[in-house]
Design a protein around this ligand. Structure first.
Ligand SMILES: NC(=[NH2+])NCCC[C@H](N)C(=O)O
Ligand SMILES: [Mn+2]
Ligand SMILES: [Mn+2]
Length: 335
């Protein structure tokens, strides 16, 4: 658990012991939540105004960090990922032009509205129901500023539920989802937690926020994962048949007849040889080039995306997985 969160838990325990009036806490939390959303709103509004003044952009990725790790079933290091990913995106060792020729320094290609202050909100005793609502509202604030499209930096995979919910609600209907992961993350409530990072796609499918869900890279799945996949009609592509499925997966066309396509990339979809800085190491994964082939060749109107489960506390000393997460984020800029 993060230092701030630990302090928050102790703080709340002391408050409860002192019988502080509930109304005092609720009013204070409401002020902090409003202030948190105001900062996201004003940042998004400024970036949107600048892009509309510049002209020439119909879709522009905008980074939104969600430093949340407490819904992880094993390690909580993903809470520290967003600043490490930004550091790698702008690292002087790399090139600000992507291999597809996107110029990251052009605000019409990439902007940034900062982080949702997750740990600070938890320090004020804000519970997960409210926290997930704040994440959804933050995503909607970005989408309200045309031509911004959210490119969300996790955080553990639990954040994909409130993000996809927001995207679907804002667009007025379901999307198609391309989900790259070693895990299906579709347990009903993993370890009894409905917001678990291993249950986010159960919440998404229950909510009707996705028409199609294609899961690629799967190699850690059990009976419940398969049964839940069948229950929701999930198209699960496991690594054990990737050599057979590769041709189709590297030429996907998604989103016809729905509001758009959402891409969720769990960094552990990659083989640990390419991305050791994750909490759940599962050998036999995708190569980085496999992922680039799938994303570069995808025919879709990508309305939003996320990169999740990078754990800086497990990375190599030279920050290799931070750079992998950064390049994944760059590749998800599809405008
Ligand atoms: N988003 C993730 N990394 N999920 C990991 C889930 C791990 C869990 N033990 C499982 O059986 O699937
Ligand atoms: Mn995973
Ligand atoms: Mn996952």
């Amino acid at each position: 658990m993060s230092i701030i969160a630990k302090r928050g838990v102790h703080f709340m325990q002391k408050l409860n012991a002192a019988n502080v009036p509930a109304a005092l806490l609720e009013n204070g939390q409401r002020r902090v939540i409003d202030a948190s959303l105001t900062l996201i709103r004003e940042r998004a509004k400024l970036k949107g105004e600048l892009l509309r003044a510049l002209g020439g952009s119909v879709a522009s990725a905008s980074l939104l960090g969600v430093p949340l790790g407490h819904n992880s079933s094993f390690l909580q290091g993903p809470a520290f990922a967003p600043p490490r990913i930004r550091e790698a995106i702008w690292c002087g060792s790399t090139n600000s032009t992507t291999e597809e020729g996107k110029e990251l320094n052009d605000p019409r290609v990439l902007t940034d509205v900062g982080d949702v202050p997750i740990q600070e909100l938890r320090d004020c005793g804000v519970d997960d129901d409210k926290l997930m609502h704040i994440i959804s509202e933050s995503v909607k604030l970005v989408m309200e500023e045309y031509p911004l499209r959210p490119l969300v930096l996790g955080g553990d995979h639990s954040i994909s539920f409130p993000v996809v919910r927001a995207v679907s609600e804002k667009l007025g209907g379901p999307v198609d989802i391309l989900h790259l992961d070693a895990h299906p993350d579709i347990y009903h409530a993993f370890e009894g937690n409905k917001y678990s990072h291993a249950s986010s796609f159960a919440r998404i499918m229950e909510g009707g926020y996705a028409r199609r869900l294609l899961q690629v890279g799967i190699r850690s799945i059990n009976k419940e994962g398969r049964e839940q996949g069948q229950r929701f009609g999930v198209e699960q592509y496991e690594m054990r048949t990737f050599s057979r499925d590769r041709q189709m997966l590297e030429n996907l066309k998604l989103g016809e007849g729905v509001k758009g396509v959402y891409i969720s990339v769990d960094v552990d979809c990659l083989d640990p040889a390419f991305a050791p800085g994750v909490s759940h190491i599962e050998p036999g994964g995708l190569s980085f080039r496999d992922v680039l082939n799938i994303l570069h060749n995808l025919q879709a109107d990508v309305v939003a995306a996320d990169v999740v489960e990078f754990n800086p506390q497990r990375d190599t000393v030279d920050g290799m997985t931070a750079m992998v997460a950064a390049k994944l984020a760059d590749t998800l800029i599809t405008n």
